[in-house]
Design a protein. Sequence first.
Length: 343
Amino acid sequence: MSLSPRAKETIRRAARPHSIVFVIVWLATTVATIVMLANGVRRTGRYETTRTVMHVVYVVALLWHLARAGPSLRDLPQIEPLLLRRRPAVGRWLPVVGVALALALVALFRDGSDLVTLSLPITIVWTLVAYRREIRLRPVLVALALTALAFLGGLLFWQHNFISKTAYVGMLVFMPISFVAGGLLFRHTGLGGSPLHEGRYKKALVHFLWGCLLFVPLGLFNAAGGSPGERITWVNRAWMPFTLWFSALTEETLFRFFFVGLCYLLLRPALRGHPAWAAACAVFFSATFFGLAHGYTLNRFLTTGLLYGLPMAVAFVTRDWERAFSAHYMTNMIPWLMVFLET
């Protein structure tokens, strides 16, 4: 029986070196980390070096797979300078200076991440105003529905003082406007995107489920490291770990869907013939910002930023928001599942 062209193409893609290596690394790290968890490795510090090496190897294999198996970034459209169009050279490089200064602020100053975070509402509103004629009702309704899910997912956190009221309300306020603004940026950059934003709901679900499978090791590594903390006794129902998606929804919308798209929009005019470089810079800034926003330490930059935030950002750039969200969701859900099992 002859195979269809689509089946042959699927087999050909699966046989590529980056796909084979990733499957092997995924299986090895998943099995090894599950065995460690079964033997009580959480919060003990045992096999820490081994777990770190496995984590780095998995991230490298994952990034290789995402970069090679995804669409080429070379085909992204050119973007004209946003400022000083009568003086294009200045208009192209002035936003680059702004992005570089923001990155330096985040990297060099303890309160730098807070200052950049406070500036995000201005950039979100600017995006909405600049592209106001392109705003459609469907993405707004989807954004409101996601915000409602985020509200429900964070309710347990707030009730048990796991998150402050200010952070809870603030992220909920950011959620719908950053989702709409992120979709507008995608229309002009072609970077990332979201089937959910486009109304392709079945495709969005499929991508989310595939992403959950792809990023299982991230959740296992996070659980083995002791996340989310000790003496948590309120996760006492089997459904709870699967509904604690607050940070995954809100942070992936802000740090990936909007922030990566904004950085790329600002950098792309200067890097005219190198869209992949503009995307790489946007990804690195997002990962750095994400890591140091969780704590101004070298460990936060290397782990939260590079070993967690970087794969999420690359998943967004090379795939879509659903894959980035599923990566973040699995990173958090599996540790919360371990908390329930321990409780």
